[in-house]
Design a protein around this ligand. Structure first.
Ligand code: ZN
Length: 113
């Protein structure tokens, strides 16, 4: 698994944790179990604070994962040969599979993924 995908999954996981974490205090409040917890409002403040920290963390991971994606794209840039349809490195001049000249086709092909 690539580090980009791992970071994306981590950010999604943290977002779910934060949402669950914050909503749990409200569920707790509605269920009436609040009586069991002394100083509930202070407790909820801390809980929401932790939830916000989790959200900030997940956003950071998400931004980093986006950044990694762009970096990866630059490293592995491929174009598709129009004659044989295979993926070939961007800096190739002649297709290594069908030996067709791809220099003049490069500009129109580079937009494709
Ligand atoms: Zn080819």
């Amino acid at each position: 698994m690539s580090s980009k995908r791992m970071l994306t999954l981590l950010s999604v996981f943290l977002t779910w944790c934060a949402i669950g974490w914050i909503s749990s205090t409200f569920i707790l409040e509605r269920s009436g179990l609040v009586i069991l917890i002394p100083k509930f409002y202070k407790f909820r403040f801390v809980t929401i604070l932790i939830g916000v920290v989790l959200l900030v963390l997940s956003t950071t991971f998400f931004v980093i994962s986006r950044f990694l994606k762009e970096e990866e794209k630059q490293v592995s840039k491929y174009i598709r040969c129009k004659v044989c349809g295979r993926k070939i490195p961007f800096d190739m001049v002649i297709c290594p599979y069908c030996f067709s000249d791809i220099r003049e086709r490069k500009n129109e092909l580079s937009d494709e993924d």
